[in-house]
Write a protein that binds this ligand. Structure first.
Ligand SMILES: [Fe+2]
Length: 604
């Protein structure tokens, strides 16, 4: 509920001021709606100008029946007859309301103490003494479990000794109420402390309600003055300029990696400090190792640790992740100490996805896309046994879902620990070695020829590209050295994309994989073979490599597709906007379309 009073003492009519072509209140409404956190969003107002404006923009608005002194009363009246559990109040003058803050205030109702909570609110850390002593900033103090003890315009606690290390918190006016708490507020008369400080939420404390405080440090912009509005308009302009795939992204890297022949032996000592009492480590291992007693014996299983063999015959599906997570949750009453993936790209991706889904609600398919994951994943470790995909280092886990093939791309996706032991890649069948190695080569080509490229990506991409040429075109290279080099090429290839993107071959290969189940590595090769118009020099080089290793690619795999299969394939490929933007530039839609793509697929 967004309470919206037309008159505001400091900046009258501020909610109807223009912010980038729409009134402030409409921006706030759209921002709240866009978080996707609510079943319904309403503006509750005393003004028919605001009411009409919201309806005009396709939103839902409610006219207040009575006059109200405060926003809380206004929304209490509006929800009195509604069937609702939790009501969140969003300030009408906060057009940049972030999903993060709202999600945090809501998340307290998922915690074990939820039934003790009447309402939840947000606070933010403040350091500056001017702000701490500013009566316009409401301070809050909390108990050990973050329940509010008191709110005040005075600095609380009062620092008698000025050097005391105490963290001050400023209250932010976002609340999530249980319906009853909200109605109680409306029906109970104002109390003396509330009236003295002019802080609404003190009334709850005075009547003995429990307010749980969540911490959020994202700074929004409140529109309190005309200067705020100027600043907000500026911010909006800057936001608009950002390309779809923010080029200057601040991305995480794998924090710990061990490299060397035989370093797999160190696994037990690496995992030791991460073990949480009764919580097991779960190993997801490629089932090609099911009969490899030598490797299985070396896996340091302790206590209730569990080993699950996984077939990588098919690429990982969101459904498969959900089933695995459910079985782990059913079998163990403790959240696992960690998930360890041992295998190729599919197993590593599965391990990342399972680690994420153990701490995030719902189904894996809900998180396919960019930055949709809310909670930090369970500790997860990647141990590649085949090199090339870059899955050991990437910020994504590619999954086939009911509607799309797309990664869960988030800051929580990368492994916490990677073990790079070239010895583990011994004995990979030649075709598979080639296809997976070419995945790395194609990553480099697509990154190095992409519009997102910068020196950071280039430095990794060039190294991996050179290593690939050496591995696949130098007949003198012995197997052991080639394995070591490919392991590092895969790492660098993956790092190169971390700051850039893949391109045409990957977009098209995703389509092939979604419709025909073609595996990623071979799919890339099949497509890349036909991309001479896009990557002329490197496709020629690829053909040379293919010949050098006697690799035959299947031909004509798209010739018997039905029209609807072809449409799906094209749709999946075209939906990968960042890949096309990287490959063809910001005006990529002028350069590729469904018909052109169909013609390309038809040749394959
Ligand atoms: Fe790839």
């Amino acid at each position: 509920m967004i309470p919206a009073r037309y008159g505001a003492s400091r900046f009258p009519g501020k909610l109807m001021q223009d912010l980038g072509g729409k009134p402030v209140i409409v921006r706030t409404y759209e921002a709240a709606k866009a978080t996707g956190l609510f079943d319904a969003v309403y503006v509750v107002t005393d003004s028919d100008v605001i009411f009409k404006e919201i309806e005009w923009h396709g939103g839902q608005a409610i006219m207040s029946q009575k006059e109200h002194d405060c926003g809380t009363d206004r929304i209490a009246e509006a929800v009195a007859e509604m069937d609702v559990d939790i009501v969140v109040n969003v300030q009408g003058d906060e057009p940049f309301t972030s999903k993060e803050g709202l999600a945090q205030v809501l998340s307290v109702f998922d915690a074990p103490d939820a039934d003790r909570i009447d309402l939840a609110s947000l606070m933010t850390e403040i350091q500056d003494w001017r702000e701490i002593s500013d009566p316009n900033a409401v301070k809050v103090v909390v108990d050990k479990e973050n329940y509010a003890l008191y709110f005040s315009r005075s600095p609380i606690p009062y620092p008698r000794d000025k050097n005391t290390a105490v963290q001050y918190f400023k209250h932010k006016g976002i609340y999530a109420f249980r319906k009853q708490a909200l109605l109680d507020f409306y029906n109970l008369p104002m109390t003396i402390l509330e009236a003295t400080e002019k802080i609404e939420c003190i009334r709850f404390l005075e009547y003995g309600k429990r307010i749980k405080m969540a911490i959020s440090n994202t700074q929004g912009i409140e529109i309190d003055t005309p200067e705020d509005l100027v600043r907000a308009n500026k911010v909006l302009k800057e936001e608009k300029r950002l390309p779809i795939n923010n080029k200057y992204r601040n991305f995480p890297m794998v924090p710990k990696v061990v490299y060397g022949k035989g370093c797999f032996e160190q696994l037990a000592s690496i995992l030791g400090p991460q073990r949480k009492e009764k919580a097991p480590f779960i190993y997801l291992v490629d089932d090609v190792f099911q009969n490899d007693q030598e490797l299985i014996q070396r896996i340091p299983l302790r206590f209730n640790d569990k080993l699950i063999f996984i077939s990588s015959f098919e690429e990982p599906k969101t459904e498969q992740v959900d089933v695995l997570v459910k079985s782990i949750k059913t079998e163990f009453s403790y959240r696992p100490s960690g998930i360890i993936g041992i295998g190729g790209g599919s197993i590593l991706d599965l391990a990342k996805a399972v680690a994420i889904m153990l701490t995030n609600k719902g189904q894996a398919s809900e998180y396919q896309g960019w930055d949709l994951v809310k909670n930090k994943a369970v500790y997860h470790v990647g141990i590649p046994t085949i090199s090339g995909t870059g899955a050991e280092v990437s910020r994504t886990t590619v999954l086939t879902g009911p509607e799309k093939k797309l990664g869960i791309n988030s800051d929580f996706t990368p492994f916490d620990q990677v073990v790079l032991d070239p010895e583990l890649t011994t004995g990979v069948p030649k075709d598979q070695w080639f296809f997976t190695g070419m995945d790395c080569f194609i990553h480099c080509v697509e990154s190095l020829n992409g519009t997102f490229l910068n020196e950071f990506s280039k430095s990794y991409g060039e190294k991996a590209y050179d290593l690939c040429k050496e591995i696949f075109l130098n007949p003198e290279l012995d197997d052991e050295t080639a394995r070591e080099k490919l392991m590092m090429a895969s790492w660098h290839g993956g790092m190169s994309i971390a700051y850039s993107q893949v391109g045409v071959a990957h977009a098209m290969s995703y389509g092939l994989s979604y419709v025909l189940g073609v595996k990623h590595g071979i799919g890339n090769c099949i497509v890349f073979d036909h991309l001479i118009d896009y990557y002329p020099f490197d496709v020629a080089l690829f053909k040379e490599m293919k010949q050098a290793h006697g690799i035959e690619l299947p031909q004509g795999i798209c010739k018997d597709l039905t029209e609807s299969q072809m449409d799906t394939m094209v749709k999946i490929a075209l939906s990968l906007v960042p890949l096309w933007e990287n490959a063809l530039g910001p005006d990529w839609e002028l350069k590729i379309n469904a018909d052109k793509l169909k013609a390309l697929y038809a040749k394959i």
